[in-house]
Design a protein. Sequence first.
Lengths: 342, 236, 485
Amino acid sequence: MANDVLLALFDDLDPVPDAMRKLRQMGLPDDRVTVMSSVPYQSQILARPRARDRMPRVALLGAILGLVTSVSLLAAAFLLYPVVQGGQPIVPVPPSLIITIEVTLLGTMWTIFFGFFVVNRLPAFGQPVYDRSITLGKIGVVVRPDEAQALEAEKALREAGAGDLQRLSGDEGAGNRAWIRFVLGVAGVLVVGAGASLLFAYGVIRIPFPSQMVDQDSVGYVQGPRLSVPAEAIPVQGPVLLADQPALAPVPATANSLQRGAVLYTIDCAVCHGVHGTGDGTLSSFFNPPPADLTSQDVQQLPDADIFLAITQGRGDMLKLAENLSPSQRWDVVNYVRSLQK
Amino acid sequence: MEFPNRRWTMIVDLDLCTGCSACVIACHAENNLPIVSEREVVRGRAMHWIHLERYWDGAYPRIQARFIPLMCQQCELAPCEPVCPVYATQHSEREHLNLQVYNRCVGTRYCQNNDPYKVRFFNFFDPVFDEPLQQQLNPDVTVRSAGVMEKCTFCVQRIRRAEERALVENRELGDGEAVPACVQTCPPSALVFGDLNDPESRVSRILENNPRSFRLLEHLGTEPSVYYLRGGESHV
Amino acid sequence: MSERAQILVGRPPQPEDREQAQQIAQAQERHLLLDPRPAEEMEESILRPLSRGSVWYWTALLILGGAVLVAGLTWLTQMYWGMGLTGLNRPVMWAVYIANFVYFIGIGVAGTFISAVLRLLKFPWRAPVTRAAEMLTVFALATSGLFPLIHLGRTWKFYWMLPYPNQRGVWPSYHSALMWDMTAILIYLSSSVLYAWLAMLPDLGIARDRFEEGWRHRYFRILAAGWRGTEGQWRTLKTAITLFSLAIIPVMVFMHTIVGWDFAMAIQPDWHSSVFGPYFVTGAILSGAAAVIIVLAIIRRALHLEYFVRPEHFDGLGKLLLVFSVAWAYMYFNDYLVPWYGQEPAAKVIQQLFERGAASPLWLLMLFSNILLPWATLWSRRLRTSVPVVVVVSLFVQVGMYLERYLIVAVTLGRNELPFDWGQYTPHLAEILITIGAFSLIGFLFLVFVKLFPIIPMWEIQEGQMLHALRRIGALLVPTRAELD
């Protein structure tokens, strides 16, 4: 059960030391009284004992933290992956001094800042005892008396000249617990954040980002020239090579090509391979093995280039037709033979 | 792979150099150097890893052109190295070369400020190779993007190739096998390249007790790996 | 008159009462700290600008915001096309961006210098100046911190300069002065923000109490973090501020020294000078004090804060300006004398370029602005207490200091040991737009800040008014200060 808290507001500074003395005479311990003001008053001005000040030790702790951080940072930077630059030693002393001093001071300053909040248990949660008129110049005196002393304390304050006296219920416990939860929450966020950023730092999570120098315009040794054929050009000397693709017939299988191929086939090929390409032409019985069935899987799964070569150089008992047909005519026949399967 | 220690050195004989600039072209071809436009050259952004520094001497009608081919001096105590904040330029202890790592460079350009010979070049724009000129690019050398510093590397890709071939064929690297493009091209053979660690190499024999040899800006203490041989009357 | 400004007189009031009354009135008109007003009135006049805005304010915000936007777009364009959009060339690889960087850091240095050093030395005229000075530091540093990114050829890889565990097999190189730079800037910027916040806590409490409801009350409540003004809080705050000031002063000195070392570490003639560290620090404080004067004059006029910022403050800052102008002249003479005497060819060429060459008008203007004008005007108390005079001198000092940076960076790089590689630099549109944007950014941030936070430190003024009083010595009433620490 929280005790009532008294908040007395004084219009001016002068009555306050008086009030302090009265409260002390009453037997109230000094740590039950707090004075709030809008300007800093020395403790002697208020006739109060000196407030505890832990900041110098906090600053020293910060300096030590900074020193440790800087030494680790430099050790990591110079010794993890040693690189020689400009004849300087692997661990150069003057730059190390510079960084050490800087980071030590960083540690000091940041620790002072955050230490201030920790030491004063700020930010304050719950409802701390306060009145807005304090920032208008009034001086607030907060008294936490026991049940027994409450009335006496109130009387002492009024006698001293308090302009305004309020009774409030103050519970510091809830505020403290909320503050601890807040600090732990912030620490947790920082740790998780650091861990998550390590995921990025070590490439576990990669952000795809265009890196210009990965894609080079130069042509690699294992690649052919990446020149694609202009549309109107017809390379007649051989199969067209496109990077990463099997050889293709340079003459596309258009209706014209198939028509030409059909005519040429009738003239040059049908006599052995048959009108429908099934290997039963007029002269087929004179060959052993017989002329190939062009509609069969064996023939159709050959690459275009093979069929072209068979026509050009002959195969087995088949004559070579290089002198009979020009290369583009041979490609027409190849296209026609391809269409025979369908 | 373990390679032996080298001390790559280049000698420029100023008596033999005619100023023909064939080395400049060869370097362009070998190292994928872009042709910055005429406008950019006027702005002072020409990119020639090896170039001829030309000075006019005398007054009309007795004017002489004095020129000196200048490339990265591959300094032993290179001032351009320690100023790079990301280790994009480092020193190779084994080969005594000044290395430039293109994909690490963030483009602070501090190295160029600290380079007394001003032989480092910055890519102010992306290089443009009109079709079909990109077919000519050397696949051994990265084409650098905008924002990256570059400089002469003593054709380290050719050195690497030669050393790998020697290792694979289980033999010593011969003198003159690793040869940069400029050295290969130079018509009067004014450029000589080799390993100073090898007492039998051409560079060692030329430099031994040679009264003509000097290095540029020696008073700065950069310890360059490029030696110049003083010319006769008509040259530097 | 409230009890705070006690007038201690050695004798009861004499027939010279009217004279004494006249002396009191004069002292109160001159010195802010002897002229207390009720707290409510002071707070109201400081917090009024937060809720009231004029047409001028919004117009200025729009124009400055527009300039910042244009600069941002220019930067993006530059990142897309490459650094070729600037006027950089070989050998002038650093120019306006680095000059801006050094210039803005210089301004930033002085803000915290004024705040921290004057707090430690307990100068009376620092009271209304500290917050504006600290915020000038923060904004100038934030702006200057953009320039190392702007001048990078591959800006998007800047994070490679941060030291963190990674899988690349390489860390940043602390051999390089640029890494010391990055460390120092990050440390100084973050610490200045924390320092400003720490010193602002009681004022945030005041603002939280004066704005009773609405979004302003909410964010003041959050930022004030429960400040109540208890003895423990005050004691720890004062110690924290003192210790923080003691720590931030070496950081500040180091910060600009390291920026000077960016140049001194180089082999470039005329950069390679061991005086660059202190020289840059002195120049920074000079330009920063001038910047604080300008900012203060603008705030005073625009927010009608003539009660708070009085000619006595310009008097104090003017003295600071004069002292550092003398110090800067000493440093500059050092830097000039040694190469002049040594007659090293490359350095000599640069000096001739400054004295007789194309850079001569800039060089002479710099000397006029930094030395001649302050020395001619700031010795006189009458001129120092005239706000327009001090502001004009400060503007000239800004011009002079900017020219000094420009001459050191862009013009000097055009000359080096090998004459074939000399060059000339002219700024291009991209650099001009981004520079204008940078200046506008500081103004923009200030405008935003002034709308959201009190620009005058109320608690320090109230504390000062408590400590200062008039005391009679013989026939004279003298301002005195109580020593309470």
